[in-house]
Design a binder for this molecule. Structure first.
Ligand SMILES: Nc1ncnc2c1ncn2[C@@H]1O[C@H](COP(=O)(O)OP(=O)(O)O)[C@@H](O)[C@H]1O
Ligand SMILES: [Mg+2]
Length: 284
């Protein structure tokens, strides 16, 4: 069996009295695009920074490409590409110079021009980084993470602050990484982004995983069906994990009274409703 690209077991991290990560466990397979989805403060960046080797964990087991990232082994760092949530930069160098420079730090880099094209910055190649828009700067961050031709790429909130067009372009880049066989761990607080990109998603809230699975199959704990109808001008709503039994009781009671259940509907919550329900305290 080939081992997972990332293995996390009961990971914990405290900042003083604040426990930011409270026992996370997940695996990311090789070649998989995995999303950590959750609101601000959920512990996503903390988790990713531990996996990148930038932060010490308080407890738990972590391996990245078979190594403990806390070792900060140079051979591991060469195989990993990192896009930080926010990145300061050298304002006077051009896009081309920055990418060339980063390429020179790796033993077997990608071609710099090709990498610039991959993120769609061909026209900005000679522009100074200080002249780039926010979205272009994020794409440059991505190019810098990719130029070492890493096996595994960490993307922390890769499209936060992007306009819709830049967002679509960045999604295209992430998909392309998937096609190239790279493993990608991305964090996002956008549900649609996780749905569009990730093979599997873990929803993180308050330092814990509250749901995990392919985005199309994420479901809340029970109950999972809603049964609704109108009664005396009011919408009545029930939640159940056994709609057959509930419908039987509701409809036979109604028929016994000689009534009809107007507007009767059975629905499953959408992924958006699941996400909002699971994370709502943080959204307020
Ligand atoms: N360096 C730090 N020192 C103290 N608390 C921190 C630090 N970094 C993050 N935190 C706290 O840890 C929690 C998780 O933060 P973070 O991992 O950045 O979450 P996310 O990336 O999901 O928004 C938050 O409550 C945050 O305030
Ligand atoms: Mg973050």
């Amino acid at each position: 069996m080939t081992e997972a690209a990332i293995q996390v077991r009961d990971l914990r991290k405290s900042y003083g009295r604040v426990e930011a990560v409270k026992g996370l466990s997940f695996n990311v397979g090789r070649g998989e695009i995995f999303g950590l989805l959750g609101p601000n403060g959920a512990g996503k960046t903390t988790t990713v920074e531990i996996l990148e080797g930038y932060r010490q964990r308080s407890a738990g087991e972590v391996t990245v490409l078979g190594h403990d990232p806390a070792s900060r082994d140079r051979r591991l760092q060469e195989r990993v590409g990192i896009v930080l949530q926010s990145c300061g930069f050298y304002p006077r160098v051009s896009v081309g110079e920055a990418v060339q420079h980063f390429a020179s730090l790796y033993p077997a880099p990608r071609d710099a021009e090709e990498t610039i094209a991959l993120v769609g910055l061909e026209e900005q190649r000679k522009a100074r980084t200080a002249e780039l828009s926010g979205g272009q700067r994020r794409r440059l961050d991505l190019a810098l993470a990719l130029v070492g031709d890493p096996e595994l790429v960490f993307l922390d909130e890769p499209t936060t602050g992007f306009d819709p067009a830049a967002r679509r372009a960045a999604w295209g880049v992430v998909r392309r990484l998937g096609e190239l066989g790279k493993t990608v761990l991305l964090t996002t607080h956008y549900l649609d982004e996780a749905q569009a990109l990730a093979d599997r998603v873990a929803i993180v809230k308050d330092g814990m995983i509250v749901a995990e699975g392919p985005p199309g199959e994420l479901a809340p704990g029970q109950p999972t069906y809603r049964v609704a109808y109108d009664s005396n001008g009011r919408r009545v709503q029930h939640e159940t994990d056994d709609p057959t039994d509930l419908l039987h009781r509701l409809t036979s009671d109604a028929l016994a009274r000689g009534e009809r259940l107007e507007g009767l509907a059975v629905t499953r919550p959408t992924l958006e409703e699941v996400y909002l329900e699971l994370t709502e305290e943080d959204e307020r």
